[in-house]
Design a protein around this ligand. Sequence first.
Ligand code: SF4
Length: 353
Amino acid sequence: MNPVLSDETTQTDWHALADRVLQGDELTRDDALAIIHSPDAELLDLLAAAYKVRRQHFGNKVHLYYLKNAKSGLCPEDCGYCSQSKISDAPIEKYALLNSEKLLAGARQAAANQARTYCIVASGRGPSDREVEHIAKTVETIKDELGLHICCCLGLLSTEQALRLKEAGVDRINHNLNTSRRFYDQICSTHSYQDRLDTLKTVRDAGMELCCGVIAGMGEQPADLVDLAFELRELKVESIPVNFLNAIDGTPLEGRTDLNPRDCLRALALFRMTNPKTEIRIAGGREVNLRSMQSLGLYPANSLFVSDYLTTKGQAAEDDFRMIEDLGFEVVISGPSPLYSEMSNDEIRMSNQ
Ligand code: SF4
């Protein structure tokens, strides 16, 4: 089936496609491929259509996330995009799992940055039971003090580990599929796409939300992005971080620059239109790939990371707040955090300078 075409049958009617999505129709493969292949001349129409869908489900709200790299480097896996893998020569900081005080300090910084969710991320194939217990106890403290929404990204998890994290109050687990099943073995050989799917099922069975995303720009075909967008639709994940490859020197993907800012916007529109009610986050590589067009990304997407990524710097939080304000959008503030209630917006801004 062809995507909706306008009278001239030369241009896709993106607004009609948005209307179909809002009526509950699922995008077909042809629709999805048409988004990825759409010409630059139609980009603003495509974004307006994606924004129509975003606005219906999320209004003009922007959810902010704050990342803490809780354990860095020292990973035995070989994911080609990752500066923390065993095959990366990138000069990154390497350290074992942070103590509770440091993780709690990160949570306080997340609250000061108006982040709704604090993401605790640890490198490695998967955590030891001791590491899970340490994180679980720390999450209990963070929940008591700050009431933040907590997402953990710890690699492959066993059923027992997932249940312990759920019991501690972890709301969500991040575990990205990153690319399609077809392309997966081109970016990693030490674990499989199926291993990652199994962990997603384990997390779901334990009763936690799923955050599962993509890295675009690793050499995949447009069909791979579509496959993943459809897989995430099947999994009904709550959140999709859309990363754009920031090819770090010293990794196997060093020097790759496949994407331009318009490709990134088309990818964001693809994930919004295929997963209309799911939170779509502009994630790693935002600044280097979207460059001067970052703000346009918030028409399809409704969420951002504020501050730094795992091993690379993000733009200053102050610039993110200004971008959101300039768009006329509004940061979602949630949770019974004393820091939120005691600080004015100006004070929060000052704390980020
Ligand atoms: S498992 Fe995680 S930390 Fe390890 S190489 Fe892959 S992405 Fe990096």
